[in-house]
Design a protein around this ligand. Structure first.
Ligand SMILES: [Zn+2]
Length: 63
């Protein structure tokens, strides 16, 4: 079994990351399709959940 990410022979037995050879290769592959799936042109990066979004009150204050 070859690792789909790096093409090296991957251990199948007792390998939690199969068909990848390592966690690293698994994450690389996962990140690849997640990016392709969710990438939206012009979409800003997800906000820090701890940071509240700017409220309309704050905007009105500056006007
Ligand atoms: Zn690999």
């Amino acid at each position: 079994m070859k690792c789909p990410t790096c093409g090296k022979p991957a251990e199948w037995k007792d390998n939690p990351f199969r068909p990848f050879c390592s966690e690293r290769c698994q994450l690389v592959d996962l990140g690849r399709w997640v990016e392709g799936e969710y990438r939206v042109p012009g979409e800003p990066l997800p906000r820090d959940p701890n940071e509240p979004p700017p409220s309309e009150h704050d905007l009105e204050k500056d006007v």
